[in-house]
Design a protein around this ligand. Structure first.
Ligand code: ARG
Length: 456
């Protein structure tokens, strides 16, 4: 494609080193879509005839159909998807094909293709995020009376509804969807028409192209348009957060389905056995999700590192943007689908949850609150209850088993009604603050999310 200036062909070694067709072939649909829009601008500017445009569009559609059917042969010597399609078009239709690259460079072409790709993927990912939220809401709703210990430092802390724990992830995923939508807004700008760096002396109607490709705006600086991939970094950052959220959810599930917790049983369909230990049922779906989060985080770092030292404008380094983008997109989509499927088939073991949450120590803070209601400053109340807890450790008993006189020896503010604190359902009902897990709040949150998500 540059043989005019060169007398020796590219070394085979470099060819294989520099080709991107082995991975950027998947931009074909967007490349064709972009070329069809570009050809409309060429016709509008009188650079090709209507008949030539029709030849171009028909040729591109034919090539697209062949690629889709797996019948198109990509050539490594043609380096990338842009050249593969254009060269084949020209082979098929002749001069009209050779005119297509007027006022266009692969630099603005690849920037366009990647934006179109990511725009479509943002939409697909949003759907999957909403789907996973729905699975979480459904699982929480089906077990809305189940209470489990909430943990800090992985130590039993305070009782929470199981649904409250799941709804925490629904909130995280909602912000994730917001970040994806936000990144989509900023990437939704047409770069085509920026040429290689400085536009072109042949002036095309960029706004026409933008309308055809459904971009609400066009880039305003040709150098910026061909040199930045910040839009891809933003999507990757949003994907990294999704991956991290799913990794944490996975870790919770892994703990929950251990014998030590036993809160959840995963279905056979989403677990694997051991080739050696017949009793094993392993949460591989969750473990792989936790594991795969690493590569998504790596993708952001990879792209940022690629960009950080580049002088304006386009540098070939930027071809390294695609693999992390494709990999992160594919990985996160798979994670979202697998975790949603795993949760849809998960069973909650109400008895194991009830046994775990029956630990009265979970209500030690409630006992301190009891003293506060009787006029004791919280810091002192905390200390008093701490003394009671120490007594329990000493006598190998639990807070409700300490006799009233022993409580009163710690503080006279303790009275006979202190034992009511250990009534779990009362304790849950007392947690009425906005965002806290009273049964009424949980019911309201489940309803809110079911309405927002259109959950089944
Ligand atoms: N395959 C290239 C990439 O992915 C397309 C742009 C090539 N431009 C260039 N001047 N070599 O970045």
């Amino acid at each position: 494609m540059w043989h005019g200036r060169f007398s020796t062909p590219t070394a085979d070694l470099l060819l294989r080193y520099s080709e991107s067709i082995s991975f950027d072939w998947r931009l074909w649909r967007h490349d064709i879509e972009g070329s069809i829009a570009h050809s409309a601008a060429l016709e509008a500017a009188g650079l090709i005839t209507h008949a030539e445009r029709e030849q171009i569009v028909a040729g591109l559609r034919e090539i697209g159909a062949e690629i889709e059917a797996g019948k198109f042969e990509f050539k490594v010597e043609l380096e990338d998807i842009h050249m593969n399609i254009e060269r084949e078009l020209t082979r098929r239709i002749g001069d009209a094909g050779a005119k297509l690259h007027t006022a266009r460079s692969r630099n603005d072409q690849v920037a366009l293709d990647l934006r179109l790709f990511l725009r479509a993927e943002c939409d697909a990912i949003s759907v999957l995020v909403r789907d996973l939220q729905r699975s979480l809401v459904t699982l929480g709703d089906a077990n809305r009376s189940v209470i489990i210990p909430g943990y800090t430092h992985l130590q039993r802390a305070q009782p929470v509804f199981f649904a409250h724990h799941l709804l925490a992830y629904v909130e995280m995923l909602d912000r994730d969807a917001g970040r994806i939508a936000d990144a989509r807004k900023r990437l939704n700008v047409l770069p085509l028409g920026s040429g290689a760096i400085a536009g072109s002396t042949i002036v095309l109607d960029r706004e026409l192209v933008a309308r055809l490709l459904d971009f609400p705006a066009v880039t305003q600086n040709s150098m910026d348009a061909v040199s930045d991939r910040d839009f891809a970094v933003e999507v990757l950052a949003a994907l990294a957060l999704i991956a991290v959220h799913l990794s944490r959810l996975s870790e919770d599930v892994i703990l929950w389905c251990s014998a030590e917790f036993g809160f959840v049983t995963l279905s056979d369909a989403y677990t694997t056995g051991s080739s050696l230990m017949p009793q094993k049922k392993n949460p591989d779906a969750a473990e792989l999700t936790r594991g795969k989060a690493g590569r998504v985080v790596g993708a952001v770092v990879s792209l940022l590192t690629t960009l950080k030292g580049l002088p304006l404008t386009y540098n070939r380094d930027m071809q390294e943007d695609k693999e992390p983008v494709f990999n992160a997109v594919d990985t996160v989509k798979a994670m979202l689908e697998v975790i949603a499927g795993m949760l849809r088939e998960a069973r909650v073991n109400a008895a194991a949850c009830a046994a775990a949450v029956s630990d009265p120590m979970l209500l030690a803070t409630d006992l301190a609150d009891y003293l506060v209601r009787r006029g004791v400053p919280f810091r002192q109340a905390h200390e008093h209850v701490g003394r009671a807890v120490a007594l329990c450790a000493e006598h190998l008993c639990s807070l409700p088993e300490i006799a009233l006189p022993d409580y009163q020896a710690i503080s006279p503010a303790f009275a006979a009604d202190l034992y009511e604190v250990f009534d779990l359902s009362r304790a849950m009902s007392a947690r009425k603050a906005i965002g806290a897990p009273s049964p009424e709040n949980i019911a309201a949150q489940l309803t809110r999310w079911r309405t927002l998500l259109g959950a089944a």
